[in-house]
Design a binder for this molecule. Structure first.
Ligand code: GLN
Ligand code: ZN
Length: 772
């Protein structure tokens, strides 16, 4: 048991697998339970079947050590909150009455109680529920689920490794509970939390766990010395326990940086590191600490969050280097496979030539197994796999899909002048004022109007062939006409067509651009039971024909007021798609930007005087480490300017973003050089306006005065108050009046009432301006 040979066979493992099942059975069961159509027992039975099916699938594929505890009814961070007993006060009674209902109440809220806040899991599109902690938080171990799931896997005769969110990451992801001072640091609770982890570890050990994995992805971000001290303390204390399994601390999404020497010096028996996008830097850091003598290294060489096949030879070379740097080296995906769809073989509509470039969870699992085999038994045992991989990679590299000479010629001909408007903001704004003739505090919306059930049905009917294109377009036109008539009647100054033709702000464009691919079954969990199918940026991008001009022009034909053209910006197109891994993101962004630039120019040529290019994802795509921020922001803002700089000075470019914390990218927002920006602000009481002002933001801005996340209708007085607050930061010549975001998730009644109130508020405050 303790004797180990230098050539210990590499084990193949993963940290997590898609939870939903082949036909999204989990979504159906959970939603059925919410609606009262499925009993709790039936839900539990479905969940147990799905877990067992995943483990069997993994084992049959050759995975030596399967994960447990990666399954979740909703979210694994919420599961951790339950495991450590950190149930927020407002949910305690419900949770005590019925843990399953209490769990879902924390996730979704009820009539009376707000849910936990939801936010993005690092730089992925998965959302977790934010733990709420305070100085009075008492942790108690509630690990029944973790033990039960381990027992289930062991009963199948498998080697299983429970996977938990690590204590430091858990605290770093938390925020102060409502009512607790905003500067409360959850990390101060570490000493209270560790005994709970100690208990869980002891019980998992007793239930048969040889190893337990503690995920600490928060350590790939910049960490303060105090935070690194906490890491050292946590793993010294957990390491010192006598009754515990071996500990594998896992990091992913980036390199470990300063946390690596801390963990390397700790008594944990193993580390899992990400050797994908930042492999070179991570290898360098590992060599710099002298490797991990006496420890197990799990090497994440297969990318856990993209959908491309691995370069097996490159991974084998990395693994070969690692062999000398640790006691034993095992092979894994860089992160949980939760972030990729289940099985590329389920795709029927993708050209087989392209399909062989794709690897979803199942295909990635096979790659991991192949690599482990090659590492343990020699590459001559995997010659068939290597040859097939080499051929697939070569076909991708040489394909006209990934190498469109016209696109490449155009991208390399881009000059600095293409990314700058012909006049500075101060000059062109004069031309825009004259052309548009808007009142002070002009009113507008962010683009979408309510996506009604009828619209969705019409789209489904079109797809199913129950409705032909002509009939579908008649419906879309009717909707546009209604939206335009409503805005005119209400007195909105800059109108929109309402986006009724769009299923989704990224997918709509992806479907119309060459080089983009749609999947039929490529579902990934966004949050809870919400799954999305991100399109795939597979090849060089071009725009064969205008995508939106018809709809905008139709809307414009119905009114004398300006109608705003509406596009999704290049950064957001990348952020909400699977991106290429065979060229820098900046190159892909530039191709998308050029395609969108054609659309902007065509809108302008059709007479559109105002064009909005949405970039809600600009902030969320910010790299995890601050050292990488400047490089990202440089290409991201350039791509936006490349999209929007081809227009005449008199054409007004708008952009829109929604997120609360953007203080750290105000300079980048300024660098977009958009004439007008609309931002989410209602919930933060115009904090955004103050941040813009503090930065000296010189352009026009519309901090939102209606929180569109709620059906609540603000009164004209309330909206006017917010406008007066905004006016303290932004002068009246540069202030716009608009909601926080698009209205697609709202219903018509509150949309009508609120927009009428916004117009009233704008008129009231305008009158105050001319009086004063
Ligand atoms: N124009 C889009 C809309 O109104 C913007 C959506 C967004 O910011 N996410 O729906
Ligand atoms: Zn928005």
């Amino acid at each position: 048991m303790t004797s180990k040979s230098a050539a210990a066979a590499a084990r193949a493992t993963v940290y997590g697998y898609p939870r939903q099942g082949r036909n999204r059975e989990l979504k159906k069961a959970v939603e059925g339970y919410w609606k009262g159509r499925t009993t709790a027992d039936a839900l539990r039975a479905t969940a147990a079947e799905l877990r067992a099916a995943n483990w069997r699938e993994l084992a049959e594929a050759g995975i030596d050590e399967v994960p447990t505890g990666d399954f979740s009814y909703y979210d694994h961070v919420l599961d951790t909150t339950v495991m450590v007993g950190a149930i927020p006060a407002r949910h305690r009674t419900a949770f005590a009455d019925d843990p399953l209902d209490g769990y879902f109440a924390m996730a979704r809220g009820t009539q009376d109680v707000a849910p936990l806040e939801m936010t993005k899991w690092f730089d992925t599109n998965y959302h977790y529920l934010v733990p709420e902690l305070g100085p009075d938080t008492v942790f108690t171990a509630d690990f029944g689920r973790q033990v039960a799931e381990l027992t289930e896997a062991l009963a199948l005769g498998l080697t299983a490794r429970p996977v938990l969110v690590g204590p430091v990451t858990y605290l770093l992801l938390a925020k102060p509970a409502p009512g607790v001072a905003g500067n409360f640091d959850p990390l101060t609770l570490l000493d209270r939390l560790l005994p709970v982890y100690a208990e869980v570890l002891a019980d998992l050990r007793a239930a048969g766990a040889d190893w337990v994995q503690l995920d600490e992805p928060a350590l790939v971000q910049d960490r303060t010395p105090a935070e690194l001290d906490a890491v050292a303390r946590a793993y010294r204390d957990l390491g010192a326990l006598t009754d515990r399994p071996k500990l594998l601390v896992a990091s992913y999404f980036d390199r470990l940086g300063r946390a690596l020497p801390v963990l390397a010096a700790s008594p944990v028996e193993g580390l899992a590191l990400d050797f994908t996008e930042h492999a070179g830097a991570q290898l360098g850091e590992l060599a710099a600490v002298g490797g991990l003598p006496g420890k197990r290294l799990v090497a994440g060489v297969v990318n856990g969050r993209n959908i491309w096949i691995n370069d097996l030879e490159k991974s084998l070379a990395t693994l070969g280097t690692l062999l000398g740097l640790a006691d034993r080296v095992d092979v894994a995906a860089s992160s949980s496979l939760l972030h990729v769809p289940l099985d590329a073989a389920l795709e029927r509509d993708i050209d087989p030539q392209v399909l062989r470039w794709l690897a979803f969870a199942r295909q990635k699992t096979a790659e991991i197994v192949t690599l482990a085999k090659g590492l343990s038994r020699g590459t001559d045992t995997i010659t068939g796999e290597l040859a097939a991989n080499r051929a697939a990679l070569a076909s991708r590299a040489n394909s006209p899909i990934t190498r469109d000479t016209a696109v490449r010629a155009r991208t390399s001909a881009v000059t600095g002048a293409d990314t700058r408007r012909s006049q500075r903001y101060g000059e062109r704004t004069v031309a825009q004022r004259t052309r548009l003739g808007l009142p002070p505090l002009p009113t507008t919306t962010i683009g979408s109007f309510p996506q009604t059930g009828e619209l969705r049905t019409a789209r489904a009917d079109l797809r199913a062939g129950r409705l032909d294109t002509a009939a579908y377009e008649v419906r879309i036109r009717a909707e546009i006409a209604e939206v335009v008539a409503f805005q005119e009647k209400t007195g909105i100054d800059v109108l929109v067509h309402g986006e009724p033709e769009r299923n989704d702000m990224v997918q709509y464009f992806a479907e119309r651009l060459t080089g983009y691919l749609a999947t039929r079954n490529g579902w990934v969990q966004s949050y809870g039971t919400r799954y999305v199918r991100p399109p795939v940026l597979a090849g060089d991008i071009s725009r064969p024909a205008p995508m939106t001009v018809r709809w905008t022009s139709y809307a414009q034909s119905l009114t004398d007021r300006p109608v705003k053209g509406m596009l999704t910006g290049p950064v957001t197109m990348l952020a909400w798609s699977f991106v290429r891994d065979d060229q820098p993101l900046a190159d892909t962004a530039r191709q998308v930007a050029l395609a969108l630039r054609d659309e902007v120019n065509d809108l302008e040529a059709a007479g559109t005087a105002v064009i909005q290019v949405d970039e809600p994802a600009l902030r969320e795509t910010l790299p995890l480490r601050s050292a990488d921020h400047a490089g990202y922001l440089a290409w991201a803002t350039e791509a936006f300017r490349l999209t929007t700089s081809g227009v005449a000075p008199g054409t007004q470019i708008h952009t829109h973003m929604c997120y609360a914390e953007f203080g750290d990218i105000v300079q980048a927002i300024d660098d977009l050089d958009a004439d007008v920006i609309s931002l989410e602000a209602a919930r933060s009481h115009m904090q955004v306006a103050r941040e813009l002002a503090a930065h000296g933001y010189p352009r026009e801005a519309g901090p939102g005065v209606w929180d569109i996340h709620s059906p609540r209708v603000p009164s004209p007085e309330e909206a006017a108050r917010l406008l007066r607050t905004a006016l303290k930061a932004i002068p009246s010549e540069r202030l716009w009046v608009n909601p926080d975001c698009g209205l697609k998730t709202r219903a018509w009644p509150e949309t009508r009432a609120t927009l009428e109130n916004l117009v009233t508020a704008a008129r009231t405050v305008r009158a105050e301006l001319s009086d004063g």
